[in-house]
Design a protein around this ligand. Sequence first.
Ligand code: HEC
Length: 133
Amino acid sequence: MKRVIIPALLVSFSFASVIEEYLTNLKNEVIKEKPDFKGFDTKRGEEIFTSKHLGKKGKEISCSSCHGIDLTKSHQNFFTAKVIEPLSPKANPQRLTDKKKIDKWLKRNFNDVYKREGTPKEKGDVLSFIMSK
Ligand code: HEC
């Protein structure tokens, strides 16, 4: 008799999305320094995203200068005028699905606006804000 073997074990399920894991890792980093940390805050994230700072190129810019105020809409890059697709994962499902891309652009974009890397708390706050949009 022939038997069919179903390769059930080859199918793996992943329950936490990339961004959920990303935020959990950031949260664990914050807790290392601050054990009573309560969690990320979209209001602080909004302030980080919309406030202007003297950026890397000597111009007053914010994250919104390139990504806009309405994150469900595309916007022009402040320096190159190239169109940037919406940052909101609700409007653009590819957003926040690739860890390397999040790492790369957060590092680069914090440098553009703040002339330094974001702290784990700032990154968690701003990502929570983006996800809420
Ligand atoms: C000078 C223009 C500019 C500024 C200022 C800027 N960004 Fe970006 N950002 C980009 C570009 C360009 C990309 C990559 C192209 C793309 O993904 O559409 C990007 C990509 C991203 C991504 C990757 C999202 C993904 O998963 O696809 C995140 C997150 C992000 N930016 C957050 C921020 C935050 C937070 C700030 C403020 C600290 C900021 N950006 C400021 C231009 C900018």
